[in-house]
Design a protein around this ligand. Sequence first.
Ligand SMILES: Cc1ncc(COP(=O)(O)O)c(C=O)c1O
Length: 457
Amino acid sequence: MTLSSDELQAAAKQHLWMHFTRMSSYNDSDIPVIVRGSGPYVYDDKGKRYLDGLAGLFVSMVGHGRTELAEAASKQASELAYFPLWSYAHPAAVELAARLADLAPGDLNRVFFTTSGSEAVESAWKLAKAYFKRIGQPTRYKVLSREYAYHGTSMGALAVTGLSAIKHDFEPLPPGGVRVPNTNFYRAPSFASSSEEEFGVWAADEIERAILREDAESVAAVYLEPVQNSGGCFTPPPGYFQRVREICDKYGVLLVSDEVICAFGRLGYYFGAERYGYQPDIITFAKGVTSGYSPLGGMIVRDELMEPFLTGTATFLHGITFAGHPVSSAVALANLDVFERENLLGNVRSNEAGFRASLDKLLDLPIVGNVRGAGYFYGIELVKDKATKETFDNDESERLLRGFLSHALFDAGLVCRADDRGDPVIQLAPPLICTQEHFDEMEGILRAVLTEAWTKI
Ligand SMILES: Cc1ncc(COP(=O)(O)O)c(C=O)c1O
């Protein structure tokens, strides 16, 4: 069945519930319908081309339209479309688990698959609780995470998430989520703003203070992204993760590196923890592991955390029907083959300075306050006054981001994200195959649209 553009619009408006979307914003305009992709570009149902500056949703690492990944899916589906990981194994999941264990830092050797990032985050919390019960520390259940950090939407993952605006409708949430400061150096408190190092010590020590305040014996884990997405790509200050690791060791708290966005090349490494030189106890992943050709997520866990589950009747009483799906596992293996063959990590490492420099050019615009990020992952913070860093109030932000920028950037041919869950930012996280020509294209579109935005304030 192929619907015409008009039929697609009508059916979408009548039946499709889009995620995190104000449906009323499409009362008088068309819902964008993306029909195909090729490399770093996607095309809508009218044939218009867009540069995918967000890799879909931080997902399409190898770019769009790779028949090799589609063929891997087809081959696996013909051979064995489905079998569960509940009491059985299948070759694709086994091979992928071994390959991920090999790529992951240190003794992160055990892979528990899920289908999504939220499930990965939630599985890590369940594992932390169950592990501590088994090693005689049953009072540990709380999890620390940072202000504005997004860790997913299922009830447990939402309790870990640090964005109060997306939680209110669903309260009460599972108890135990505790907030600590994030690493937004641009808005560092004045008493800790003289250097990034000083700010990093303060931000890490806030984790220790929170552990002590909450009672160390009640705290199970700290969830941190290598570079925090929500709020606009907060990089870790030098020494931050090393200090956090020390604090976690001192109080027996697990360090969860939530790499749902940062793993698989986003920062030029398979895992963000490698880039910043720290050893997590658990890595959560999803998105880029398959470049989106099929859904998959999971957690990679230190040997020690699995030990209590390896003897007698002990069982981790947790599972998901489609986790480690054969088709998704086969696609992930083919995806990693592309990473190796095309040296995508090398591409990110050798081009990230050029990407950064292209975005830094925008700092000559009055509305661009700060450009931050790493690898192929940047946030551009928009301000009303560069000298004072004054930000927009709620009404202005609403008019600027929702009323103008989101549509204008898309209409100008760029998929990116205009986000005001913290201060207003535009985020970019393109496929890892992008090169300078694509950064120039992004800069050109952003310059034109941000220049116009300034006239509308
Ligand atoms: C850091 C982080 N954790 C968890 C999630 C949740 O992943 P999913 O949407 O696959 O459930 C996301 C999604 O963007 C994320 O960015």
